[in-house]
Design a protein around this ligand. Structure first.
Ligand SMILES: NC(=O)C1=CN([C@@H]2O[C@H](COP(=O)(O)OP(=O)(O)OC[C@H]3O[C@@H](n4cnc5c(N)ncnc54)[C@H](O)[C@@H]3O)[C@@H](O)[C@H]2O)C=CC1
Ligand SMILES: O=C(O)C1=N[C@H](C(=O)O)C[C@H](O)C1
Length: 269
């Protein structure tokens, strides 16, 4: 047995789940206590290491979230909105830190996550990488400095299997741009142009989404003025950046009071 924090990885067979199983099991600072999948997944009952095509890890994939969370100090969750809302309540019941990377959450989902955060630590971010969280801070500052004389457009590109748009990261960047201008994103977001749209609305923050191939994640924040443009860009080439950020958040959350935190809190930005 080890006295490092025990971690559950949800969505273990997914793109992020597999990356997280690798990071958690390789880390000397924690250990993998469970790997969770949907009950109809053909990974259920198999050793997660061999299911991933590697060495045995001694952890059998299960769909019993309550039992798994009861044995854990943290749950790292990159799945889908309905699953994440359910896991938030169960992780709170188990008093386990819940690190949420899942994007595409609705306003109603966020309210349920807020309720769970009264009882346990939740760290949630649409992007767990250091680079993007720095970009968020830069976006806020540049937006504040330039004001409405520069039009803001956020362009994101992801792999063809991504199911939500705009990406969680694009929305974080949009929130930061709106905060920089002292406005609410919901009042100024322009999330889809098609047909006779008319000229650009003054003060709008526009979003465009590209989907194709195996693009890990790319985000541009464009500030377009008269006679000049600034582009702030982040390019992810390896999902390990998200997994390492999530693991850092799970460990950081161990001695924190119940509440909802961001990656900016974790990174001290
Ligand atoms: N915040 C961040 O830094 C990042 C967030 N993401 C987000 O993470 C989420 C997952 O992304 P991917 O790994 O690419 O998707 P994926 O589709 O490859 O994996 C999702 C996994 O969750 C599993 N799952 C769904 N419902 C479940 C349930 N009730 N119980 C157990 N497992 C369940 C699925 O079976 C699947 O294996 C997406 O929302 C994505 O946008 C992805 C990368 C970075
Ligand atoms: O689905 C993905 O892949 C990613 N999702 C996150 C998002 O929606 O921003 C983070 C990253 O860009 C990869």
């Amino acid at each position: 047995m080890t006295d490092t924090p025990g971690i559950v990885v949800t969505g273990a067979s997914g793109r992020m789940g597999q990356m997280l199983v690798r990071e958690v099991s390789a880390s000397p600072d924690c250990h993998l206590v469970a790997a969770l999948e949907r009950e109809d997944s053909d990974w259920i009952g198999r050793d997660v290491g061999t299911a991933m095509g590697g060495a045995e890890l001694g952890v059998t994939v299960t769909s019993d979230a309550l039992e798994a969370f009861a044995r854990a100090q943290a749950v790292i969750d990159f799945t889908a909105p309905a699953a994440t809302v359910e896991f938030a309540a169960l992780a709170a019941q188990a008093r386990a830190v819940h690190v949420i990377g899942t994007t595409g959450l609705s306003g109603d989902d966020l309210k349920k996550i807020d309720a769970a955060a009264h009882h346990a630590v939740i760290v949630r971010a649409g992007n767990m990488s250091l680079g993007v969280n720095l970009l968020v801070e830069l976006t806020r500052k540049v937006s504040q400095a330039l004001g409405e004389a520069f039009d803001i457009e956020i362009v994101e590109a992801h792999h063809k299997a991504k199911v939500d748009a705009p990406s969680g990261t694009a929305l974080m960047l949009g929130e930061a741009a709106a905060e920089g201008r002292g406005v609410a994103l919901d009042d100024v977001a322009d999330r889809g142009r098609d047909g006779m749209t008319g000229p650009r609305e003054a003060g709008a923050i526009g979003f465009s989404a590209i989907r194709g191939g195996d693009i890990v994640g790319e985000h541009d924040v464009l500030f377009a003025g008269a006679g000049e443009r600034i582009v702030l860009r982040h390019v992810a080439t390896d999902r390990g950046i998200f997994a390492r950020g999530a693991l850092r958040a799970a460990l950081w959350g161990q001695d924190k009071r119940p509440g909802q935190y961001s990656m900016a809190d974790v990174l001290g930005l």
